[in-house]
Structure formats: C-alpha cells, structure tokens
Design a protein around this ligand. Structure first.
Ligand code: CMC
Length: 433
C-alpha cells in the first residue's frame, strides 16, 4: 500500500475542510483512507451494501469488474483452470505462490491426512431430519466441528491455525457428501485417501459400500475444475461474513459456518440452485420472451438468476470457462445436447441483446452454467450450493488467515444512520392504547 495523494472534504454548512490520504494498491482503483473521518469531522460514511467501501487490504484475489478479469495471487483464472488443479490453487491461495512438485506432494498428503471426521459426528448427523436441506446440515456440522477439535481453536497459535485450515479444507467434501448420503438414506462412505480431492468427493457421494466405485476421469476433471472456479472471489458477502465473524476472535470452524450460512442465499451461492429451478420452470424457448418481460417489470420482483454481479459489469470470466466446460462435459459424457443448456444459451443470447440487460451491464455469472454441468454429472440440485461451499472453504480460510495475521485488523464494527425514535418517556402498561 502506498500514499498517492490526498482528497479534501469540505463541509458546505461550516466551510471547514479536512484532508484525507489517498492510498494505492498494486493494481485497481485507489481508496480514500477515512479511518480518521469520525475523529476529525464527527461524520460517518453511509454506504449500505458496501458498494463504495474497501473493508480490508488483501493480496489474495483481484477482480477488474469492467474488463471481466479475475486473478488469484496474480494468476489469471482461465489459465489456472486450464493448466492447474484444485490442490495447487489451494496452496497458491493459502501461501501466495504456486507449489513446486515436492511442496505440492506434501500439501496434498497433508490435506489427505485430515479427510476423516471424528466418528461421533456421524451420530450428530442422525439428529437431523432426513429431508433437511444439505446446506442446513453442513452449516450445523461445520459449526459443530469446534466441539470436536479442541486442539485447533487457538487462533493466536500459527500451528493450530494451520491445522484448523487443513481440517476444514479436507473435511468439507466428507461433510457435504455425508449430508447427501443422509438425505437419501444410504450409508456414509469413508474417504479413500488414494483418490484425488475431487475423486474422493465423487466416490463419497455416489459410491456404496457394496460395490467398487468406478471413477470416470472426465467427471473427476470436471469436478476439480468446478472447485477451482469457485475457490475465491475477494470480499463477497460470505467472505466478508467470515472476516467479520473472525474479527471478534471467534474460532475458524464457527467463522466458516457463518460463511456457509451467508453463501446459501439465492443472491449469492444459492443462485446455482435457483438458476436450474428457473430454467426448469420456464420450460421452453417460446417462454423466454414472457419470462424476460416479468424480469423487466419492477412490480414483479423476478430476477434472471445467474445474471448480474456487484463487481462484474462484463462477462464473469468464470462463466466463460464454465460455459466451455459445459459443452465439453456433455460431449465427452455422450449426453449430446441438454435441453436446459440449449435453453440457457438461448436465454443468454436474448438477454445480451436486450436493452434492459445492456443498459444495466448485466452478464451471465458463474452460476448461470454451473447447474447445467452439475446436472450432467448427476449431482442433485440441493447439493449445488454445497459444492460451492466445499470449493470456497479454501478462499474463506485464506482470507481469514490473512486477516488474523494482519497487525492492522480490528474487530469489524460498522456504524449506522439512526432514524428511529429519539428518547421519550416510558408509558406504563395501563396507560398504553
Ligand atoms: N435480473 C434482473 N435485473 C437485475 C438482475 C437480474 N439478475 N441483477 C440486477 N438487476 C437490476 C436491478 O433490478 C437493478 O435495477 P434498477 O437500477 O433499475 O433498480 C440493477 O440491475 C442493479 O441491481 P442491484 O441489485 O442493485 O445490483 P447488486 O450489485 O446489488 O446485485 C446481484 C448483484 C448478484 C445480487 C444481482 O445481480 C442479482 O440478484 N443477480 C441474480 C442472482 C445471482 O445470479 N447471484 C449470483 C452472483 S455470482 C456468484 C456469487 O458470487 O455468489
């Protein structure tokens, strides 16, 4: 971070002026440092939804929303998705550099050593209803990890932080797959540490103890790429939730559970499930026109799910990779064409030509195509957001670690513009109308 100048704030009512430093990062817009604003001026900033607020300094992920660029530690996501794998990307997000062969082998082995869950957790699952949404189960189980792993709760001990991080990354596929198994009434599958991260997840999802699971390398590769495309996305709602929860000193398992809760919403990670349901409801190409008319009608409150993004005002680069992957997966699996993929592409074409979407710079985001791949891979709809959560765990953990290690970080405590009642006398019960 460097000082690049100042801006002057003038209060028109009093004529008083104050100067505030302008800080520059390595790339992207400069920021006005308003940390002393209240102390100096008595004012707060007002920014609901944090549309103009930088909440932290970070070296992990960079997004240029106008150009549709996403970099992890300086590497372009499209190149990473093509040439790397999820374990390498995880190492990169956590450590800042791509691993060499030895580092990669050690990291993969270390993660693999943590894939099993404390056996008592299986009992914990049995307390849930079978028809519970797997995101509800994951949220509960991840929060409960802090009740099982007491030896990695001290956030001031770097070793314990690392163990907690590895545990979370390693155990998330096990937790997600168990949530699915529980919902369909099949026995839990223990992890098989000979398999890759993605392969292990697939076997725990679709394998059964009675039969040997036969891995399809196309499906395994596609799942690994899906994990990569969802791994981190700078200060989005769930990541900011993890940072905010962690800023009070809460343990990492509790913080990641908070992130999962935030991710579940349909405006965020829950959009992949919502997109598929939307496409199924629309049903056919002839219904696109009437559906888009509803989307454009302010009174209707319908949104084109999988479109639009707070930061991207251009094609989401993850959607570009996902769209290409969709075609490859369908072709390689011999599915040919999926009517929902055709409908999605037709919808995209309609929307990208439509003034409403052009003027608001609304483009497809990652969730627009991910559901279609998930469907081709045989993933049930209720598991879509769980897969997002499994992948995003490494991003959350990297951001949480960066925050804990940052000497400047403080407890997150936004202020407000109060517009409620001012102080008034208490009315006794008998006198109230
Ligand atoms: N369909 C129709 N109109 C939209 C959409 C959409 N998907 N997204 C935004 N708009 C309109 C919105 O009505 C508003 O119009 P106006 O200015 O006339 O009031 C304008 O575009 C700006 O929208 P906003 O809600 O103020 O923008 P935001 O930055 O607060 O919201 C968003 C971003 C992602 C929540 C929103 O675009 C949305 O709801 N999209 C659908 C849900 C979705 O696909 N979410 C996945 C996000 S990417 C994956 C992830 O990171 O989680």
């Amino acid at each position: 971070m460097s000082n690049t100048g100042t801006v002057t704030l003038t209060d028109d009512a009093t004529g008083k002026s104050w100067k505030f430093p302008v800080l520059g990062g390595s790339i992207g817009p400069n920021v006005i440092d308003v940390r002393k604003l209240y102390g100096d001026t008595g004012y707060f900033t007002y920014d609901p939804g944090f549309t103009s607020t930088g909440s932290c300094e970070s070296k992990i992920t960079y997004i240029d929303g106008d150009k549709g660029v996403l970099l992890h530690r300086g590497y372009n996501i499209a190149e990473l998705a093509e040439k790397s794998d999820f374990m390498e990307l995880s190492y990169l997000l956590l450590n800042g550099e791509l691993p060499n062969a030895q580092q990669k082998a050690k990291f993969t082995r270390d993660i693999t050593m943590h894939t099993m869950l404390h056996e008592q957790i299986a009992t914990f699952y049995r307390g849930f209803r079978r028809d519970a949404h797997p995101m509800a189960v994951c949220c509960g189980v991840v929060g409960a990890l802090s009740a099982f792993y007491h030896d990695s709760l001290d956030i001031n001990d770097p070793h314990q932080r690392m163990v907690a991080s590895y545990r979370l990354i390693a155990k998330m596929p096990t937790i997600g797959a168990m949530a699915y198994k529980y919902s369909v009434g099949q026995p839990f599958m223990y992890p098989d540490n000979k398999l890759s991260y993605a392969g292990n997840f697939l076997r725990m999802m679709f394998g059964v103890p009675a039969e040997e699971y036969v891995m399809n390398p196309v499906v395994e590769k596609a799942m690994d790429r899906i994990f990569m495309l969802h791994a981190d996305h700078e200060q989005n709602a769930s990541t900011s939730t993890v940072r905010l929860a962690g800023s009070s000193g809460a343990n990492p398992f509790a913080c990641i559970a908070a992130g999962i809760a935030s991710l579940w919403g349909p405006s965020h990670g829950g959009a992949n499930e919502a997109v598929l349901k939307m496409l199924q409801e629309i049903g056919g190409k002839d219904k696109i026109g009437p559906f888009l008319a509803r989307v454009k009608d302010k009174a209707d409150h319908t949104r084109l799910m999988g479109f639009g993004h707070r930061v991207y005002k251009n094609y989401d680069p993850r959607a570009t990779v996902m769209r290409k992957s969709c075609h490859e997966v369908l072709a390689t699996l011999g599915i040919g064409s999926d009517p929902l993929l055709e409908l999605a592409m037709e919808m995209e074409e309609f929307a990208l030509k439509d003034d409403y979407f052009i003027s608001k710079k609304l483009y497809p985001n990652v969730d627009f195509y991910s559901g279609i791949i998930f469907r081709a891979l045989g993933i049930p709809v209720s598991m879509f957001t769980v897969i997002f959560a499994i992948a995003r765990t490494v991003g959350w953990i990297s951001q949480w670690t960066e925050m804990i290690e940052d000497p400047q970080s403080k407890i997150g405590r936004p202020r407000q513009l109060y517009s409620g009642q001012t102080e008034r006398p208490y009315t006794p019960l008998h006198a109230r109308k």
